[in-house]
Design a protein around this ligand. Structure first.
Ligand code: SAM
Length: 301
């Protein structure tokens, strides 16, 4: 019986006195095709390694270990360590590290454990920390690819195009650094306990170069945050507040027009290229006013 079999899960967890923690996002897979397919599509092979986040009982870990040269799995819940000592017994190429992935120096852990091998990240992520974990996995620049199961709506938001209601500052951040793709959906009845939402498996392939090349990346993201913090306002009004009076409305209208956009446009309609063009134009204008550094610092705070 595999580690997704419901009777096996109940038997093993029962013998260890384990109880699911909602606050740790513990929804374990009960459909074997899911870890099989994630392992098959995450890029793991004998020439590379995988870092897994949140192995739980080890159902995905086991499938990854059949494909990758080495698997290191970071699990926060100490109560799962004796469980995995049983379920992963005798699997030589797996190491479980107890810790909080959000407090882990991921690059240092990869350097320590993988000895220069190419590494893929893989996870059935706990819902409560999806965005910070994805950001940490992108920011550490340690991975060839990042394949994660997340809430279906989050996957759709990450891949959303400009002008749609799902498009957000986080979509832009992820699309700037990676090429995201939804691989397949996973219905809620594939988990125990059953969550209230469906899931999807998302693959992010880090770009060698960002999708666009703004002159001042901090200013680029500051404008994006300002635009989406007040997404019901026009871009001009949202950005006006964020510029704290350093640019007046006429100057902001003129900036927006200078990049070929209507001055009444909303931020959610701008593509990454539009935001890059706008931030470059703003950088020039602010430099003329010798205020770029002060503004990007203020908008970041
Ligand atoms: N991989 C297993 C599966 O697919 O059945 C379990 C996935 S479950 C959705 C998420 C797992 O992440 C749980 O084992 C939970 O204890 C673990 N976890 C939660 N927060 C974590 C954190 N901050 N760092 C590392 N693991 C965490």
């Amino acid at each position: 019986m595999g580690l997704c079999d419901l009777n096996t899960i109940r038997d093993v967890l029962g013998r260890h006195g384990f109880h699911f923690s909602k606050s740790l996002g513990q929804n374990f897979l009960t459909a074997q095709w899911v870890p099989d397919r994630i392992a098959a599509e995450c890029g793991a092979d004998r020439s590379n390694a995988v870092m897994e986040i949140g192995p739980g009982m080890g159902c995905l870990t086991l499938e990854l270990s059949k494909r990758a040269a080495r698997v290191v799995a970071v699990e926060l819940d100490r109560a799962l360590l004796p469980v995995m000592a049983e379920t992963l017994t005798g699997i030589e190429n797996v190491e479980v590290v107890q810790g909080d992935i959000l407090k882990t120096d991921i690059s240092a852990l990869c350097a320590e454990k993988f000895d220069g091998m190419a590494v893929h990240a893989c996870a059935n992520l706990p819902y409560y920390i999806t965005s910070p974990v994805i950001s940490a996995l992108i920011d550490c620049r340690a991975f060839e690819s990042i394949t994660v199961m997340v809430q279906k709506e989050v996957a759709e938001r990450i891949c959303a195009a400009a002008g749609t209601s799902e498009y957000s500052a986080f979509s832009i951040y992820v699309q700037y650094h990676t090429e995201p793709e939804i691989l397949f959906g996973v219905p809620r009845d594939c988990f125990v306990p059953q969550p209230k939402v469906d899931s999807a498996v998302l693959r992010l392939v880090p770009r060698k170069m960002p999708a666009v090349s703004p002159q001042d990346e901090a200013l680029f993201f500051a404008i994006i945050r300002a635009a989406f913090n007040q997404r019901r306002k026009t871009l001009a009004n949202a950005v006006l507040a964020a510029f704290g009076g350093r640019l007046n409305k006429a100057e902001i209208f003129s900036l927006i027009r200078s990049v070929g956009l209507d001055e009444r446009v909303r931020g959610e309609r701008l593509t990454l290229s539009d935001f890059a063009a706008l931030s470059d134009a703003a950088a020039v204008l602010l430099a003329e006013k010798c205020e770029t550094a002060a503004v990007s610092q203020e908008m970041r705070d």
